[in-house]
Design a protein around this ligand. Structure first.
Ligand code: ADP
Ligand code: MG
Length: 692
């Protein structure tokens, strides 16, 4: 039966034409089933009449009273004011929009029933524009039997209209009940109500329902639906994963020679975490289906070496590896690293970015096409159509948190070569809270590099108001006098890159004037890649003392001698981004500082966030806090992509359900039709992950 309600468009309802259907679509409502899953935000209690004497400001309720007088008064705005009395007290009703008939109907002595919010007025409490009706003679006027739902509405579609539409949809539900896709045993084990009952309950809860619990989204009926929704998302990702497994890949068994020579050539031993994760990757690569592994490791944990080892394993099997970075600066740095590491082994590294043009570009494309290039490093330019790989066996994507699941899929498609799909290694420096990994990344296997190379000293973080800029500058001067290098980061102003660059230019100019003895460089997003690279090169070679930068230095740039970072207006950035930035310092053995120079006044949340930065350098703790303060959409950076949008579930509130979701997913999967129906019910047809 469930298919039916999902298949009935809203236009089936009486009075729903195209114009209304478009408004409903804005609320994500396409079918009758969607209509039923559009749940109230809160409720009004219209089930009992409240005595006026017992009203407090802010109460939203029903009262019944006798009209004493109704008059038009000329205040700041003309209004109709009606005094009413019920034996326990008196109050006013106020109407700014009214007509003569309305005034005449509110005759002294008549009885009315009103619903509205009691607010403090000029003469005691008043209700502005209450809903009201006359109580006929001594006839009986029925009162609501259940709580009245208040739905998320949209412009041009009012609460009352929405209510009556959803009531109509509920009539349909009686004759076309939804199929309960959760097995009875599972429901009774966790005391989850049957789906039709849960839906009916939430649209019209009984008068004595626990409203506080419902406001928090903790009612068993809500939890039951949230559970099914989370399960549907999870199943969709598992399906995606299963589909990937069906694809063929070239098995790349570990051979050893290049890998071992490379490890021996490094000036340091690998950490245990690097070794463990590399082994996990090596095992995946040996399978004849594509690896899909996410490697999480804090800034500076040494992910690049892990990527290089994976690349070498591909090369040992006569396959190419592509390494993709999100920015040109980072791609260039990877290129430099990989060249320095691999060329001594007699391997060729190619380089590709959007800015590379003409003959140079053609030369690189030729290296990639002919198979002469063993490893190819670049930006997303690597996935343009004209780029043809001879034998692409592995794709490494660095700093994955910038991409959502949809982009991840499209890269996979672009990397595909006939029936063979390359292995994929995805690396992120933004630790992803466990709850999110379980849901948003259920299609990936996860490895965590949970150890930093030895000899790093934790960064001291100081939070300081920009009124004390002079002191900060003195500190910069002192650090440089000791031969250290300093980053000075200017943050985004009003989302405008142009303004941000301008601000960085001005700051650099001011610092040059204030600190004439220092060599000050500037790097920002609007400079040509070659210019940026030149400045970064000078900084790396210690030809600059102070580098003023926009947030372009966020990812990956590695200058161990830089031990101080000033971040202006850190309150504008997310915690994850601050953590990334701060990771640029503390890479050498000297004590490092990060100065968060905020602009007062800070919001409560702003203060809390900067305090987190001061108190911990643990990326996972920071990520959990970020999730708590900003919500999953922001943390994953995918608000725009529409990924992870839930109708009912809330990853944080319902985090405890995720373990259960994981437990039962395979059980549901044994009934493929149920799994399909569930995915269809919650993600909508064609919108599920994997049909990109
Ligand atoms: P991230 O995980 O942030 O990408 P990188 O791969 O850039 O980190 O490594 C950061 C720095 O640590 C680099 O200079 C790298 O050469 C160095 N490094 C990597 N692994 C080790 C190790 N096992 N011991 C010491 N230094 C290491
Ligand atoms: Mg890195």
């Amino acid at each position: 039966m469930s298919q039916q309600l999902a298949d009935i468009p809203v236009t089936e309802l009486k009075g729903v034409g195209n114009a209304l259907a478009i408004k409903l679509e804005r609320l994500g409502i396409h079918s009758m089933q969607d209509m039923l899953l559009h749940l109230p935000l809160r409720y009004q209690d219209r089930t009992r009449v409240v005595p006026i004497g017992g009203l407090r400001p802010g109460d939203e309720c029903v009262i019944e009273a006798e009209v004493k007088v109704a008059d038009v008064v000329q205040g700041r705005r003309r209004s109709l004011v009606c005094r009413i009395q019920d034996g326990t007290g008196t109050m006013s009703l106020r109407f700014f929009h009214f007509n003569a008939a309305q005034k005449n109907s509110l005759k002294p002595g008549s009885r009315i029933r009103c619903f509205g919010e009691a607010r403090p007025g000029a003469h005691g409490l008043e209700m502005v524009h209450p809903e009201y009706k006359q109580i006929a003679g001594d006839g009986y006027t029925p009162i609501a039997e259940t709580l009245t739902p208040v739905y998320p509405a949209t412009e041009g579609l009012h609460q009352n209209r929405l209510r009556s539409l959803i009531d109509l949809a509920q009539q349909y539900l009686k004759s076309h009940p939804l199929e309960d896709l959760l097995p009875d045993a599972m429901r009774s084990r966790w005391q989850m109500p049957e789906i039709n009952r849960a839906i009916a309950y939430l649209h019209h809860p009984p008068a004595d329902a626990d409203q506080d619990q419902m406001l928090e989204g903790k009612h068993p009926a809500q939890r039951r639906l949230a559970f099914e929704e989370l399960l549907a998302h999870h199943l969709s990702l598992l399906k995606l994963r299963a589909k990937t497994r069906e694809l063929g890949a070239v098995a790349l068994p570990f051979q050893g020679h290049y890998c071992q020579t490379f490890i021996n050539s490094l000036p340091f031993p690998l950490t245990n975490a690097q070794l463990r994760v590399s082994q996990e990757v090596a095992q995946d690569l040996a399978q004849p289906w594509p690896m899909l592994r996410l490697v999480q490791g804090d800034v500076g944990s040494g992910k690049t070496v892990v990527a290089a080892l994976a690349g070498l394993q591909a090369v040992e099997n006569n396959q190419q590896a592509a390494v993709m970075a999100p920015t040109e600066i980072l791609a260039e740095q990877h290129y430099n690293n990989f060249s320095a590491w691999l060329e001594p082994l007699g391997l060729k590294v190619a380089w590709l970015a959007g800015k590379l043009k003409g003959k140079q570009r053609e030369a690189q494309l030729q290296l990639i096409r002919s198979g002469e290039a063993h490893v190819v490093v670049g930006t997303h330019a690597l996935f343009q159509e004209e780029v043809v790989f001879a034998d692409l066996g592995l794709v490494v994507i660095d700093e994955q948190h910038r991409f959502g699941v949809h982009q991840r899929l499209s890269l996979r498609e672009k990397g595909r070569n006939g029936h063979i799909t390359p292995h994929q290694l995805i690396m992120t420096a933004t630790p992803i809270p466990r709850t999110l990994t379980m849901s948003a990344y259920a299609d990936l296997d996860c490895s965590i590099i949970d150890e930093l190379p030895p000899g790093r000293t934790p960064v001291n973080t100081v939070v300081i108001a920009d009124e004390r800029r002079d002191q900060v500058i003195a500190r910069v001067k002192a650090a440089c006098a000791e031969g250290r290098q300093v980053y000075w980061v200017c943050t985004l102003i009003e989302e405008s890159e142009a303004l941000q660059c301008q601000a960085a230019e001005v700051t650099a100019e001011q610092l040059r004037e204030t600190l004439p003895e220092l060599r000050v460089g500037l790097v920002h997003g609007r400079m040509k890649p070659a210019e940026k690279a030149a400045v970064m090169g000078e900084f790396k070679a210690a030809e600059l003392d102070l580098l003023v930068a926009t947030t372009v230095i966020e990812v990956g740039v590695d200058v161990p001698n830089a031990s101080v970072m000033i971040i202006e207006n850190p309150e504008r950035l997310g915690l994850a981004q601050l953590h990334q930035l701060r990771g640029r310092v503390g890479r050498g053995s000297v004590e490092s500082f990060c100065v968060l120079m905020y602009h007062a006044p800070l919001s409560k949340q702003g203060r809390e966030r900067l305090a987190v930065m001061r108190e911990t350098t643990d990326g996972f703790k920071i990520a959990e806090k970020d999730l708590q303060l900003r919500g999953p959409g922001e943390v994953l950076g995918t608000r725009q992509t529409g990924m992870m949008e839930f109708r009912i579930a809330d990853l944080q509130r319902d985090a405890d359900l995720l373990t259960r979701v994981k437990q039962v997913a395979s059980q549901i999967n044994e009934q493929p039709l149920h799994a399909e129906a569930m995915i269809g019910r919650w993600l909508g047809r064609g919108e599920e992950y994997g049909t990109v």
